[in-house]
Design a protein around this ligand. Structure first.
Ligand code: ADP
Ligand code: MG
Length: 698
């Protein structure tokens, strides 16, 4: 494998310098190994022949048809010139269409020869056609029987005549040559125990499967490898970090915590809050640097846990910092915390992009001389100008908005890295907890404060609009408040704002006699804050908003969340929005509005919301439905895992297996130092060295 990794594809038969450049640019394929790891995205059954009469008007898969060309015609002119071959299977006919390389193609095919054409049929009017299909002489086509991989391509490649078959040709050359003898990095006993195919065999079978059973075994083997290397990397990194004596030791519970507990605690802690505070306290006292992920559904009371553990740090003479993803949220946190700790003389300050210069200067000064105990802010707190005397503890709220690089900058703010608590209200599915967050310890708040009524969620369409408004009016009359949320249309900020403004006017018209506040992402922070403040202080009854309110905003008196065009939101996002209500003791409602006609799968997706309030179930479903492609984007974690074949969405069982085996391997041999594990160690260091720098992930 090492040799395949070091050999550039220009050395492959048929790949010249310009094609090599193209492949690298379009598919990231630079070496033999990259080529071999360009796996088919799906497979088609080439053992089955179709007749044209059996084509159906539903979306057709790739199919093959045996027959002859009747004639060829050049049609259209200029850029629209195309070659059309009339192709018959003996009973019916279809058109085969080419837009490129017309002259060459016209000379390649004859009317007296039987061919097999392979492509995706589409219907124009009453006529079936195929554009640029693969074509073999029927006499040669026998070799194509069985499953055939279809390789991911790009438009640029297609237009330069690089097809799935071209790629398969290159890979085939490798499989028959250098790749036939690649060695297996897995120890024999492990391979035998798990009944795994050899790696050389797996590479061959994944590109050239004899049957489905063999294909599945090959895919299992390759996925297992990939996930095993991932787990070895994660576990080795976190074990190493845990044994290095790198953490600030905080042995005391401390006065700040005690005083707060005795004098200021606004309500008894829930059992889950107590448990998590104990877990964190143990970490702070361990002498190791804490890297902990705190998961708790919206409204579960994470802020109080953050506060009380920050007080422990402060009681040990350290400074604490809480970082939030938006200005609104940071401001709200600062106010909440300041109010809670005011009686015990803790100095809390807010630092955001809009903090005035004079105040900023005071903050910088107080941070340096140690008189500022607790800094709350947006990413403004990680600017270089912000220097602490002794930063010991950092809480990051709603972490998925923060990139790894940003977190790493926090690390550098102290000679000994501060303890880090990452809080998220987006429940993290098990597979992600084991991979993307696999190096963090996890605490879970799985209990809501007492007295909450579960939120009632309903799905409504435009035809119910009047009823919905009537119900909202009823709530408002009882002194409750309502959120009305519009989706953001990213591609077009102007249209977006207009539709939002229209929505706002419509709501003002509909709910006369009630006061309506209005926030969106393009407002100046001061204006935004003023509007939020109107709603928070109940000077406004309704808040019309975009998703800026998604995270964290806390108005317990609000009992209605109306979400317009709910189908445009992801499930996790809907769950976040829903979590803005149900924070008080009253029954709350979440109304998902859609247009009248929505696709069946959209409806199914939204019905997950109406059927459960459990964030974990929502998150698992979201992950499954959106598939792996979206995950990394959503997490914005800065960690491109770059998995070639395994999927974080669907390979939960293999991930679990890989983690278990990785743990066993490291238990026996923490450095993987024994000679029998050398190939494994090399593979594992190769797999991710281009993408993930684990040493920088907090
Ligand atoms: P989240 O986990 O979403 O950040 P918050 O920390 O904002 O949740 O808490 C949600 C609400 O619950 C707040 O109004 C908070 O004051 C309240 N709360 C937190 N802990 C308790 C508790 N133990 N008992 C009663 N209410 C609580
Ligand atoms: Mg919160």
């Amino acid at each position: 494998m090492q040799r395949l990794r070091n050999t550039e594809i220009t050395y492959l038969k048929g790949v010249g310098p310009s094609r090599a450049k193209l492949l690298e640019k379009e598919l990231g394929i630079r070496t033999f190994a990259d080529m071999l790891m360009h796996f088919p995205s799906h497979y088609v059954d080439r053992s089955r022949f179709y007749t044209i009469s059996s084509f159906s008007s539903h979306e057709m898969p790739m199919v093959q048809v045996k027959g002859r060309f009747v004639n060829f015609n050049v049609q259209g002119e200029g850029a629209k010139t195309r070659l059309v071959g009339l192709f018959t299977d003996g009973r019916n006919s279809m058109e085969i269409v080419w837009f490129r390389r017309i002259k060459f193609i016209r000379e390649s095919y004859r009317t007296d020869t039987e061919y097999v054409v392979f492509g995706k049929p589409s219907l124009f009017g009453s006529r079936w056609s195929m554009v640029h299909p693969e074509i073999d002489r029927a006499a040669d086509a026998e070799t194509n029987r069985g499953l055939r991989g279809v390789y991911p391509l790009t438009e640029a490649l297609r237009s330069r005549n690089v097809t799935s078959r071209t790629l398969f040709g290159y890979i085939r050359t490798l499989l028959d040559g250098k790749a036939a003898s690649i060695s297996d990095p897995l120890p024999d006993d492990l391979r035998r125990r798990l009944g795994l195919m050899s790696r050389a065999e797996a590479f061959r079978a994944v590109h050239l499967p004899q049957d489905n059973n063999q294909l599945q075994r090959a895919r299992f083997r390759l996925k297992f490898d990939e996930l095993l290397y991932l787990q070895l990397n994660i576990l080795q990194y976190s074990r190493r970090r845990n044994t290095a004596a790198g953490g600030i030791r905080m042995p005391l519970v401390g006065d700040a915590f005690r005083k707060f507990y005795d004098q200021c605690l606004p309500f008894p802690l829930t059992g889950a809050q107590k448990r998590v505070i104990k877990e964190i306290r143990a970490d702070l006292n361990s002498g190791r640097q804490m890297n902990r992920l705190l998961q708790g559904d919206v409204g579960s009371g994470k802020t109080l846990v953050a506060l009380m553990t920050m007080l422990i740090a402060i009681g040990n003479g350290a400074q604490a910092c809480l970082m939030a993803p938006t200005e609104i949220l940071a401001t709200q946190h600062a106010e909440t915390l300041r109010e809670l700790v005011a009686p015990i003389g803790i100095n809390v300050k807010l630092l955001t992009g809009s903090t005035p210069t004079a105040e900023r200067r005071t903050i910088h000064q107080q941070l340096l001389n140690g008189t500022l105990h607790m800094l709350v802010g947006t990413h403004a707190v990680i600017e270089d100008a912000v220097q602490f005397k002794n930063l010991g503890y950092v809480v990051i709220d709603e972490q998925h908005r923060f990139g790894v690089a940003q977190r790493a900058r926090l690390w550098m703010k102290n000679t000994i890295p501060p303890h880090i608590l990452v809080m998220t209200a987006t429940p993290i599915p098990r597979t992600l907890a084991m991979t993307v967050y696999g190096d963090l310890d996890v605490s879970i708040i799985d209990e809501l404060p007492p007295g909450r009524k579960p939120i009632t969620t309903v799905l409504r369409t435009d035809t119910h609009r009047l009823d919905v408004y009537r119900a909202i009016t009823r709530e408002l009359r009882q002194g409750r408040q309502a959120y009305i949320v519009y989706p953001l249309i990213k591609e077009n900020e102007k249209v977006n704002l207009r539709s939002l403004e229209e929505g706002y006017e419509h709501i003002c018209d509909t709910f006369r006699g009630f006061k309506v506040a209005f926030v969106h992402g393009q407002m100046k922070p001061a204006e935004k804050d003023a509007q939020m403040e109107l709603f928070a202080s109940h000077k406004a009854d309704i808040l019309v908003a975009t998703t800026v309110i998604e995270v964290g905003v806390n108005v317990p008196n609000a009992s209605v969340m109306l979400i317009e065009n709910a189908e445009r939101f992801g499930l996790s996002q809907l769950h976040q929005l829903r979590g803005r209500v149900g924070r008080g003791a009253d029954q709350s409602y979440c109304i998902l509005m859609t247009k009248h006609n929505i696709a069946a799968d959209t409806r199914k997706r939204l019905e997950i919301m109406t059927s459960t309030t459990d964030g974990f179930i929502v998150a698992e479903a979201d992950l499954k439905m959106r598939g792996p492609g979206d995950i990394e984007g959503t997490l914005q974690s800065g960690m491109a895992l770059d998995l070639h074949i395994a999927s974080l969405a669907t390979d939960g069982e293999i991930i679990t297996l890989a983690r278990r085996e990785a743990e066993a391997l490291l238990d026996k041999d923490p450095q993987l130092a024994s000679p029998s594990l050398t190939p494994l160690r090399i593979e594992m260091s190769q797999q991710f060295n281009r993408t993930v720098d684990w040493s920088r992930i907090s």
